[in-house]
Design a protein around this ligand. Structure first.
Ligand code: GUN
Ligand code: ZN
Length: 471
């Protein structure tokens, strides 16, 4: 049982704020009730009276009481980031996308041929995102199958709900960081089989060898053509077929940079648009999460709506690589599914709080430059929070499991302590939960992460971590 202030989204535009709340979590980590207004003392031998005449005995129940001014929110869902790129984050923002890929990204990702090196980088990446409150994450690995499987294992061990892609590239990449079409497809099949086998082995009640040290749910495989320029038509067709055969998520990049778009046009002159290329190969559907979409035209936006494909908006990256400013309001009002991503290291920040802030800023700027009457109102902070939680869960088809505190959802949560040691947040005496929440959204960082829970298990506790470090 968790007691304190609970904040999640009740709709895309509205927060639900429950003070003096109780959250009941069962032994399987599922939420069984959430109710505000419980000021009565709760002893271990007492009974909790819930609305509708229900009562819950508290004998043997662990009660976690939040510290003063603290609150609990759903864990963030990062719908686009690159684990290998954590190794050079902070470098290279003098270049735009295509030059940045050649100079920094491809040479650095090549090093994932070493499993030992990859393990170090991935451990850092997963841990850092968890500390920033990312409980679900869809990761790009590299072309190296075993390093990608290893990333899934690392995420499960650290407790993150992870979705992992082995990257596919069979052209327009350096010789040392490229596959043949046959290799790429065969390795993807092998990747999917390995991931599904690990997944089945780790599920509770399975006959496989359960992973004793895993704190989180097993990672799931994602089909990951890097982007159109590095994938032949044959490769994309094959990947579309593998995704359809296993019902897998697909992730890629689309329409991020003007030079990239021109290149795609020259590679596929018979296709009317960038989105049409993915669509022609079965890569644009309700399980597709495509990063950026800054320059998607009206036809492409209609195609996204028809197919149910998702745009992962990565505003930190779009600003740092000088890609452009996405009109997120237009996507939302036209009915395109949108979620948020950090896109490390196109974006230097691994934090979804940074993605939220940058999404708000970009949307402010776009609203200023939009032609009169185009209805480009800026994103509101509850909407940005929704995109980072429920929007992400919808993109990954885990809504109902994560993203909010609905009944029967898994308890994936971040306990936020605005008064933590070193906190960058200053509170006024009369700040209520709305003000405290807004200040965290605008100013908070990982120092405010008191604890992180995934699937009803505590996977990070700042106080325990500090005590362990002190030895
Ligand atoms: N397009 C193709 N590859 C990448 C990548 O690694 N990062 C970003 N931001 N865009 C890409
Ligand atoms: Zn990316």
């Amino acid at each position: 049982l968790l007691r304190g202030t609970v904040i999640d989204s009740s709709s895309r535009t509205t927060l639900r704020i429950l003070t003096d709340a109780v959250v009941g979590i069962d032994a399987a980590g599922r939420i069984v009730f959430v109710e505000g207004g419980h000021t009565e003392p709760l002893g271990l031998d007492s009974t909790l009276e819930l609305a509708g005449g229900r009562s819950e005995p508290l004998a043997g129940v662990r009660v976690v009481t939040l510290p003063p001014r603290a609150f609990v929110v759903p864990g963030f869902v990062d719908t686009h980031t690159h684990a290998p790129q954590f190794a050079f984050t902070g470098l290279g923002y003098d270049l735009q996308l295509l030059d940045w890929l050649q100079k920094y990204t491809f040479p650095s990702e090549t090093k994932f041929s070493s499993l030992e090196y990859a393990a170090r980088v991935c451990h850092t990446a997963v841990r850092r995102t968890l500390l920033h409150g990312t409980t679900s994450c869809i990761w790009f690995a590299t072309i190296h199958t075993d390093a990608a499987v290893q990333l899934g294992r690392i995420a499960a061990n650290l407790g993150q709900r992870a979705f992992v892609g082995k990257v596919n590239m069979d052209r327009n990449a350096p010789e040392t960081y490229c596959e043949t079409t046959e290799e790429s497809l065969a390795e993807t099949e092998r990747f999917v089989q390995l991931m599904l086998a690990e997944h089945d082995a780790r599920l509770p009640g399975s006959s496989g060898s359960a992973c004793g040290e895993c704190r989180g749910p097993p990672a799931q495989p994602v089909i990951t053509p890097r982007f159109v320029p590095t994938c032949s038509a044959e490769l994309m067709r094959g990947l579309g077929a593998i995704a359809a055969q296993h019902g897998l998520l697909i992730q890629s990049h689309i329409s991020e940079n003007l030079g990239e778009i021109e290149w795609v046009r020259s590679l596929h002159p018979a296709q009317p648009t960038y989105a049409a290329v993915y669509d022609a190969f079965g890569l644009l559907g309700p399980r597709s999460v495509l990063a950026h979409g800054v320059y998607l035209g009206p036809e492409e936006r209609r195609l996204f709506v028809e197919r149910g494909a998702v745009v992962s908006h990565c505003p930190v990256s779009n600003c740092m690589l000088r890609s452009g400013m996405l009109n997120v309001r237009r996507l939302l009002s036209e009915g395109v599914a949108v979620a948020l991503g950090t896109d490390v290291s196109g974006g230097a920040a691994p934090s979804m709080l940074s993605a939220i802030r940058e999404a708000l800023k970009v949307s402010n700027m776009v609203s200023l430059s939009a032609p009169e009457g185009e209805g480009c109102s800026p994103l509101t902070y509850p909407e940005a929070f929704w995109l980072a939680t429920v929007g992400g869960a919808r993109a990954l088809h885990t809504d109902g499991v994560t993203g909010d505190f609905g009944c029967n959802a898994a308890f994936d949560a971040v306990i936020v302590d605005p008064l933590a040691e070193g906190s960058p947040i200053d509170l006024a005496d009369d700040d209520g939960p709305v003000e405290v929440f807004q200040k965290w959204l605008q100013l908070g960082d990982d120092r405010n992460t008191a604890a992180v829970w995934v699937d009803g298990r505590e996977v990070y506790n700042r106080a325990d971590d500090a005590a362990a470090k002190r030895g």
